[in-house]
Ligand binder design. Structure first.
Ligand code: MTE
Ligand code: MO
Length: 324
């Protein structure tokens, strides 16, 4: 278990108005969450209903774009998690069948000590951080999400990859009994299972890359990839693989699900790039979930989703039209 201590989100002494408003909004979400628990007859600050469990001891981080947070209902109600169906509402409806406790994560391949860790053992030595990141889906919508997690780099340093480790592959749980979207079906997504993702070692070690265990100060709801998922904010959302059971260090660029399914449309890198269109649509603009109305202007998509200062150096000299 991650040790749980109730904690409200403190506001720093002086914050720009927008950030302050956002803090207020975040606090309201917390109050709403606790009200829900009391209404459910569970009450008490330490205990939460299944799927609504506060995480304690969360360190604030500098990662905060200062934009309005996407409402909790959208973050947890509008999801892509094809293991539970292809409609945006399917994961929230269906992911209750995922059993997230106990959960173990295998660390394999080119590492000093390959081992299978109980999730708690993987997480416990590290301090949880809140990081507010933009998430830009390849489908041209975006959100601003307050994740809770630990930098992937911290875990990688602990498991000590060998010098042959050039890439990291991530694997989602494969269990059609728990994941209806993995059962053969005419209405299925057509994706192969398990869902696979990968990063180059420098991308995996980049300080922005997060292993998330929570959102909005609470343990991840199943539909968001409980109990542990990746968040790579400068890449299209599909790189942020959910419900991870295996992290494998490898020499060669590993297979990834979307590239395997449509290599002309999805590449290994999948960096958010307004200048490289998807073959079937433009990537220049995006719709911010929750602010759409008939007259709401779409937002310009930013190079590397706005994280160029932190990540552009990793792609210096690469033709990003070729390495999409
Ligand atoms: N295992 C798995 N991980 C996945 C997906 C999926 O279908 N299966 N969808 C991806 C896509 S396309 C997006 S946009 C993000 C969405 O994360 P969220 O629902 O927490 O916003 O998860 C990504 N991770
Ligand atoms: Mo996505």
């Amino acid at each position: 278990m991650i040790i749980l201590k109730p904690e409200s989100i403190p506001s720093s002494e002086i914050t720009p108005r927008e950030v302050y408003e956002q803090r207020k909004q975040l606090r309201r979400q917390f109050l709403k969450a606790s009200a829900g628990l009391v209404a459910a007859g569970i009450g008490g600050p330490l205990i939460a209903a299944p799927g609504r469990e506060k995480l304690g001891n969360i360190q604030k981080s500098k990662y905060d774009p200062g934009e309005k947070l996407t409402a909790y209902e959208h973050v947890t109600g509008y999801n892509n998690f094809y293991e539970f169906g292809t409609d945006k509402g399917d994961p929230a409806r269906n992911a209750h069948s995922l059993k997230t406790q106990p959960w173990s994560v295998a660390i394999e391949g080119e590492v000093a000590k390959p081992a299978t860790y109980q999730l708690e053992d993987l997480i416990r030595p590290h301090k949880l951080q809140e990081r507010i990141y933009r998430l830009r889906c390849v489908e041209a919508w975006s959100m601003v999400i307050p994740w809770v997690g630990i930098p992937l780099a911290d875990i990688i340093k602990r498991v000590r990859p060998t010098s042959r480790a050039k890439y990291v592959q991530f694997v989602t749980l494969h269990d059609p009994k728990q994941m209806p979207g993995q059962r053969p079906s005419l209405l299925g997504s057509g994706l192969g299972w398990p869902y696979l993702e990968g990063l180059r070692m420098d991308e995996a070690m980049n300080p922005l890359t997060l292993l998330a265990v929570g959102v909005y100060g609470e343990r991840l709801p199943n539909q968001n990839g409980a109990p542990i998922r990746l968040v790579v904010p400068w890449k299209y959302g599909f790189k942020s693989i959910k419900s991870i059971v295996k992290i494998r260090f490898v020499e060669k660029q590993p297979a990834t699900t979307w590239k395997a399914s449509a290599p002309r449309e999805y590449g290994f890198y999948s960096n958010v790039n307004p200048n490289v269109d998807h073959p079937r649509w433009s990537q220049a603009r995006e719709r911010r979930i929750g602010e759409d109305g008939l007259f709401t202007a779409k937002r310009e998509t930013l190079m590397f989703n706005g994280y160029a200062d932190e990540v552009a150096h990793m792609y210096a000299g690469m033709d990003l039209k070729k390495f999409y």
